[in-house]
Design a binder for this molecule. Structure first.
Ligand code: C2E
Ligand code: MG
Ligand code: MG
Length: 688
C-alpha cells in the first residue's frame, strides 16, 4: 500500500520519534564535550597559574644575573654569586651562542632531547613564548607510575607527562599534599642574547588542585543534569505520545480493535512476505445485511455492540498469516489463507469456511435474525508456463482486491441463498463496461451516436405494414455497434434513460414530421418509455412538448411502457396515461406476460395496446398450454377494447395461429428485423 494516508502516517511516525531521540543524544554528546572542555580549561588554568609564577621567578633570576654581568662579572662569577640573591634550589644552566655550557649550578642539567615550546596567552596576564626543557635527573617518561594529563593549551595542545609521587611524609594539611611533582627548565635569554639561561622549576600538583577540578566538574555536571533530565523526560514523553498516537491511528472507533488502516498495512506485509509461497490467499468482504434496519429497530448502540461482538468472533477465528478489520458500516475485510492442493480446492475450502463463519455469526444474536454475506477475491500464487513460481503477490493493493470482493458480494446481494460469491474476470469485465458506458453516454448523446432503428409491425391477416417500433442502437466510434440490452439497464440504473427516451421521442417525432412533409406512407411508430420516466410528474406535458416541437399528429406516436413500470406509483401512472391519451397519443403495455404480470394494472389503466412478450413464443409448446395462455390473453385484451401486438414472432405457424386468434399486429423476425431508418423507408415504399 502506498496511499497518501500511509505516507503521511509514516512521516508522522518518523517525525515524532526521531527528532526527540536525536536531539537527546546530541545534547548528551554536547554536554560531555562541554564538561570535558571545561575541566580541561580549568586544569590548564591551575597549571598555567603555576607556570606563570615560575616564569616570574625565572625573570627574577635573569634580572639578578643581568645585574652581575653589567657590573663586569663573567658569566661563571655571576652564576656563582646567584645563590646570594635567589631562593635556595633555583638551579640554573647557561649556554653560550655555540651552545656550550658556560655556567651552571646544581647537579642536574636540562635534557635538550625533550624540548617543549608553548605559549601562555593573555588570560594569564602574559603574552610570551616559553620553552620548557626536561630535567635529566627527573625523566618525564617512565614505564610505571606515569600519570598523564593534558596540559598547556592555547594555540595547540601539548601533552605533558608528570610523574605520580606519593607523599608519605604527610607534610602540611591533607589538602595541600603534593600529589604530582615535575621538574623542568624554563628558558630565557641573557646578556642581550649572548647566552641562554635555563632556570630549573618545579611544578607541583596538590590534592586541592584535583579537589577543585573535581568540584568544578561536579558542579558543571549538576548544572547540565537539569536540562539533560528535562530533555530526557521530554523525549520519553514524545515517544509515549507517539506510541499512543500510533495505537489511536490503528484503532477502530466502533469495535475498539485494529482498524482498516492497520489491516491494509498488515495484509500487504503478509502478502509481500509470502509473495513466493504456494499458499492461496483470499481477500473477503463480509457484510452484515440490513444493519441500518437493525440499528433503526434496536438502536445504534445495540448495532455497534453487534459489530463489536462480530469483531470478537472473527478474532477468534483468524489464524496465523491472516487478519481482519472493520471496513466501514457493517462491512468487514478479511485476509484468509486457503488450504488446498489446487486452485479449485482452495476456492471450495474457502467457500465452506466462509459459509460456516456466516452461519456461526448468525448465532451471535439468537433472538434476532441477522444474516451475513461474503464476497471473495482469491489471490492465487502465480505459476509460469515453465512451472516456476514467480513473485505473484508483490505490491498487492489490498484496497483494490477488497473492492473486487465487495463487487462480487454486491452482485450476488439480490440472489437468494447465496451467502458466498466469488469475484471473477467476467464480473470485472462487467464493471469495466459499466464504467465505460457511464463515462461515455453523455458525450455519445451529444454526438448523436445513438441511432433510431425501426422494426415494422405487420397485420397477420393480410401481411400489410401497420405500424413500427423505434429501437435504439449505439454506434460508437470506438466500440462499434452496441445492442440496447448492453446499455439500457445501465441507463436505467443511472437515470440517464430519461434523456435517451427524450432523444428517441424527439427523433421519432422528427421522422414522422419529415414523412408527412414528404407525403410518405405514415404508420404509428411506438417509442419505449422507461419506468424511470413514469416516476416524473408532468410527463405527458413533457412528451407533448417534445413531439409538438416537430408537429406530427399525436396518434402517429405510440408510447410503450414496460410492465415493470406498473409497480411504481400507480396513481401517477394512471394519471399520466390518461393525460397522454387525452393528448391523442396511444399507450401500450410492453412485454406483457414477462416477469410478474399484473392483471390488476390492466383493470386500472386505460391502455390502447397490449404487447405480448416474445417469451410466449419461445421453445416448444408440446402440450399446447402456451397457445391457451396466448389465446386467453388476446381474448382478454379484446374484451378490454385493446389492440394486441405479438412480439418476437419468428415462424409462419405462429403467424397463422395468431391470425386465427384475432391478433392485430405481429412484430418479429419472421417479417423483419429492426433496421436503419433509410432501409425502413425503402420498405415502406415497396409495400405501398
Ligand atoms: P422491447 O421494447 O420489447 O423491444 C423488442 C425487442 O425484441 C427488440 O430488442 C427487438 O429487436 C427484439 N425482437 C423483435 N422481434 C424479435 C424476434 O423475432 N426474435 C427475437 N429474438 N427478438 C426479437 P432490442 O432492440 O434488442 O431491444 C431490447 C429492449 O431494449 C427493448 O425491448 C426495450 O425494452 C429496450 N429498448 C430498446 N430501445 C429502447 C429505447 O429507445 N428506449 C428504451 N427505454 N428502451 C429501449
Ligand atoms: Mg418495446
Ligand atoms: Mg417488448
Amino acid at each position: 500500500m502506498s496511499s497518501v494516508k500511509e505516507k503521511r502516517f509514516k512521516k508522522l511516525k518518523r517525525k515524532k520519534i526521531w527528532p526527540s531521540i536525536v536531539a537527546f543524544i546530541m545534547f548528551i554528546i554536547l554536554c560531555v564535550v562541554m564538561i570535558a572542555l571545561f575541566l580541561q580549561l580549568f586544569a590548564l588554568y591551575i597549571m598555567g597559574t603555576k607556570i606563570v609564577q615560575q616564569y616570574g621567578e625565572t625573570q627574577h633570576v635573569k634580572a639578578v644575573l643581568e645585574g652581575f654581568l653589567s657590573n663586569g662579572d663573567t658569566i661563571t662569577e655571576a652564576v656563582d654569586n646567584l645563590h646570594k640573591y635567589t631562593s635556595a634550589g633555583s638551579d640554573v644552566y647557561v649556554i653560550d651562542r655555540q651552545r656550550r655550557m658556560a655556567a651552571k649550578t646544581g647537579l642536574s642539567e636540562p635534557d635538550f632531547s625533550m624540548v617543549l615550546d608553548f605559549k601562555l596567552n593573555q588570560e594569564f596576564g602574559l603574552d610570551a613564548s616559553f620553552m620548557a626543557v626536561a630535567d635529566n635527573s627527573n625523566p618525564v617518561i617512565q614505564e610505571d607510575g606515569v600519570y598523564t594529563i593534558f596540559a598547556v593549551p592555547v594555540d595547540e595542545v601539548i601533552r605533558e607527562t608528570f610523574t605520580w609521587k606519593e607523599d608519605r611524609n604527610g607534610i602540611g594539611t591533607w589538602l595541600s599534599d603534593t600529589l604530582i611533582t615535575q621538574k623542568y627548565w624554563l628558558r630565557t635569554s641573557l646578556g642581550g642574547g649572548e647566552y641562554e639561561l635555563y632556570v630549573k622549576c618545579t611544578i607541583e600538583v596538590q590534592r586541592q588542585d584535583i579537589f577543585y577540578i573535581c568540584i568544578f566538574g561536579i558542579i558543571a555536571l549538576l548544572l547540565l543534569m537539569i536540562p539533560i533530565i528535562l530533555l530526557f523526560i521530554n523525549t520519553v514523553r514524545s515517544i509515549v505520545t507517539q506510541r499512543r498516537m500510533t495505537q489511536l491511528i490503528y484503532l477502530d472507533a466502533v469495535t475498539g480493535d485494529r482498524n482498516w488502516f492497520y489491516f491494509q498495512n498488515y495484509a500487504e506485509r503478509i502478502l509481500t512476505r509470502l509473495r513466493n509461497s504456494r499458499k492461496t490467499f483470499a481477500i473477503v468482504n463480509l457484510h452484515l445485511e440490513r444493519y441500518q434496519n437493525y440499528c433503526a429497530c434496536y438502536g445504534v448502540k445495540a448495532g455497534e455492540e453487534l459489530l463489536e461482538a462480530t469483531d470478537g468472533f472473527l478474532k477468534a477465528r483468524v489464524g496465523k498469516n491472516e487478519s481482519f478489520a472493520r471496513y466501514e458500516g457493517a462491512d468487514f475485510g478479511m485476509l484468509l489463507c486457503c488450504e488446498g492442493e489446487n486452485g479449485q480446492e482452495c476456492q471450495e475450502n474457502c467457500r465452506k469456511r466462509l459459509r460456516s463463519l456466516a452461519a456461526e455469526l448468525t448465532g451471535l444474536k439468537p433472538d434476532q435474525k441477522i444474516h451475513f454475506q461474503a464476497g471473495i477475491n482469491m489471490i492465487a500464487p502465480y505459476i509460469h508456463e515453465d512451472g516456476k513460481w514467480y513473485h505473484a503477490r508483490k505490491d498487492v493493493d489490498v484496497d483494490q482486491f477488497y473492492t473486487y470482493a465487495n463487487a462480487a458480494r454486491t452482485a450476488a446481494a439480490g440472489v437468494q441463498d447465496q451467502t458466498v460469491a466469488f469475484f471473477d474476470q467476467e464480473l470485472l469485465d462487467k464493471q469495466v463496461w459499466e464504467r465505460w458506458v457511464e463515462d461515455s453516454m453523455e458525450e455519445a448523446l451529444n454526438n448523436e451516436e445513438f441511432q433510431v432503428y425501426i422494426q415494422p409491425k405487420y397485420s397477420p391477416l393480410n401481411g400489410k405494414l401497420v405500424g413500427a417500433e423505434a429501437l435504439v442502437r449505439w454506434i460508437s466510434p470506438t466500440e462499434g455497434f452496441i445492442a440496447p440490452n448492453r446499455f439500457i439497464p445501465i441507463f436505467e440504473d443511472t437515470g440517464f434513460i430519461t434523456q435517451l427516451d427524450d432523444y428517441m421521442i424527439s427523433h421519432v417525432a422528427k421522422l414522422q414530421a419529415e414523412w408527412m412533409i414528404r407525403d410518405r406512407k405514415m404508420v404509428p411508430v411506438s417509442v419505449n418509455v422507461s419506468r424511470a420516466h413514469f416516476a416524473q410528474e408532468g410527463l405527458a406535458d413533457h412528451i407533448c412538448e417534445l413531439v409538438d416541437a416537430y408537429g406530427p399528429r399525436h396518434e402517429l406516436i405510440e408510447l410503450e411502457v414496460t410492465e415493470s413500470a406498473f409497480f411504481d406509483d400507480k396513481d401517477i401512472l394512471v394519471e399520466t396515461v390518461k393525460q397522454l391519451k387525452a393528448y391523442g397519443f396511444r399507450v401500450s403495455m410492453d412485454d406483457f406476460g414477462a416477469g410478474y404480470s399484473s392483471l390488476n394494472s390492466l383493470k386500472d389503466i386505460p391502455l390502447d395496446v397490449l404487447k405480448l412478450d416474445g417469451e410466449f413464443f419461445r421453445g416448444e409448446d408440446d402440450d399446447g398450454r402456451g397457445e391457451i395462455v396466448v389465446k386467453e390473453a388476446i381474448q382478454l385484451a379484446r374484451n378490454l377494447d385493446m389492440r394486441v401486438v405479438a412480439e418476437g414472432i419468428e415462424r409462419k405457424d405462429q403467424v397463422d395461429f395468431l391470425a386465427g386468434q384475432g391478433c392485430d399486429m405481429i412484430q418479429g423476425f419472421y417479417f423483419a428485423k429492426p433496421m436503419p431508418v433509410s432501409e425502413f423507408e425503402e420498405k415502406v415504399e415497396k409495400d405501398a
